[in-house]
Design a protein. Structure first.
Length: 431
């Protein structure tokens, strides 16, 4: 019989130039495994014990570590009774019968922890009469006077009195907290040294009331009912730098971005404009709002992210990316939007409202899910400021009260008590 040559490649008949053929079976090596991690006999929570029982049977708690991993008699058991046990376990867990470790839910206050009487705090949508400095000093404009409150000591001081022929329309602290800018009904901008209660200078140029102020690193911006925005450098003798023209009605909101490169302005012409450091005309124009834009705020978490809120006929909070010049989203709040402030500790923001709810809302960004509704004011919540540590907000309303709320958590890196101290609870009247 003639012999034939086999074409089958086997471990005993393998040409030297043939390719290696791998099987489809993978057997892992457990030489480095730490089987003590799977020890089912160690103490465990009720929830973990019931999972083991459902999967591996009631005798699983006495199974040795090697058996539980490498072939105990229950390890591959997953019959109908196992499924039923797991479904029952899940139902118990969902209904709270089994307590598993969960992160505690954050709570929000149901009421302010301090209320201050503020007689003369006007119910004026186009004014900005409240600001909180980096040195923990609160400033509020009441009629023709400005009062400052040292939050650490609770001491209240009258900073200035404009007299019977003028009134306060806006206040704004410098970034270092040493100077306070005051915009008046007669179109002036005054700069006051807060520690000395002394006027440093008075800047003119506006023809009507100054209802909006915003400090940058090296300049102060003022917005007026005369439709203009003036840029000032208080370090120079000739302080006026430029005049910005872009609104066709009163400028009622101004905010510099955190990187000091962009200035956002809102007006009674329903427009939101964005300017750069050198422009005298807006570089971006947004006309989607259908009412006055008084509420504007830059995100401290993302460059170019801007939020704006519209008045009674609009009721919407809109988000913009000024880097890509895009409209991101719109949320209808159901009420006039008076103010916005973004937390620097967490990615959340607060909005205050007027007609018709008078609420304070806390939102999570970017989902814009409503985290809390704070109530207490009986009139429009027209004024809002945030503490320098980012935990507390103060709100002011036409009901002539200031209310303090602990809303945001401390900074993540903060493990000790804040250096800013705490408010003394109670009710205090500013005179």
């Amino acid at each position: 019989m003639n012999s034939t040559t086999s074409n089958v490649v086997s471990p005993y008949n393998k040409p030297s130039c043939s390719r290696t053929i791998y099987s489809d079976r993978f057997i892992p090596s457990r030489t480095c495994s730490n089987f003590s991690l799977f020890n089912l006999s160690t103490p465990k929570s009720d929830y973990a014990t019931r999972i083991c029982t459902a999967l591996f049977g009631p005798e699983s708690t006495s199974v040795s570590p090697d058996e539980s991993v490498t072939g105990g008699k229950n390890i591959f058991k997953f019959k109908s009774e196992t499924r039923q046990a797991l479904h029952s376990l899940l139902d118990d867990h969902m209904h709270g019968d089994i307590q598993s470790p969960v992160k505690p839910l954050r709570t929000f206050p149901k009421s302010p922890y301090q209320v201050l009487d503020a007689p003369g705090l006007v119910d004026e949508f186009y004014s900005n009469l409240l600001d909180w400095s980096s040195r923990n000093i609160l400033a509020v404009g009441l009629g023709n006077c400005v009062y400052i409150k040292n939050v650490c000591t609770s001491k209240v001081t009258k900073l200035c009195d404009l007299g019977d022929n003028d009134s306060v329309c806006s206040v704004g602290w410098s970034p270092d907290g040493t100077n306070l800018a005051v915009g008046t009904s007669r179109g002036k901008v005054q700069i006051w040294d807060a520690s000395l209660c002394r006027s440093i200078r008075t800047m003119e140029g506006h023809q009507k009331r100054v209802g909006a102020l915003a400090w940058g690193t090296s300049q102060l911006s003022s917005g007026s009912r005369d439709k203009s925005i003036l840029q000032h450098d208080i370090r120079a003798q000739e302080n006026r730098i430029s005049k910005l023209s872009g609104h066709t009605s009163e400028v009622c909101a101004l905010k510099w971005s955190y990187n000091d490169r962009e200035l956002a302005s809102g007006g009674n012409d329903n427009r939101l404009n964005v300017w750069n450091q050198h422009s005298v005309q807006p570089v971006l124009k947004y006309c989607e709002h259908t009412a006055a834009v008084k509420a504007i705020e830059w995100s401290p978490h993302r460059n170019g992210l801007l939020a704006s809120g519209g008045g009674t006929a609009d009721k919407c909070i809109r988000f913009w990316n000024t880097t890509t010049n895009s409209h991101l989203r719109c949320i209808n709040t159901g009420s006039q939007v008076c103010n916005l402030v973004w937390s620097k500790n967490v990615n959340e923001l607060v909005s205050t409202h007027g007609f018709s709810q008078n609420d304070i809302l806390v939102w999570s960004y970017p989902t814009m899910s409503k985290l809390a509704t704070l109530r207490g004011h009986t009139e429009r919540v027209l004024y809002l400021a945030i503490s320098p540590d980012g935990k507390t907000i103060v709100t002011g309303a036409g009901d002539e009260t200031l209310r303090f709320w602990n809303v945001f958590p401390p900074p993540r890196s903060q493990n000790t008590q804040t250096k800013f101290g705490a408010f003394v609870s109670g009710r205090m009247q500013i005179r």
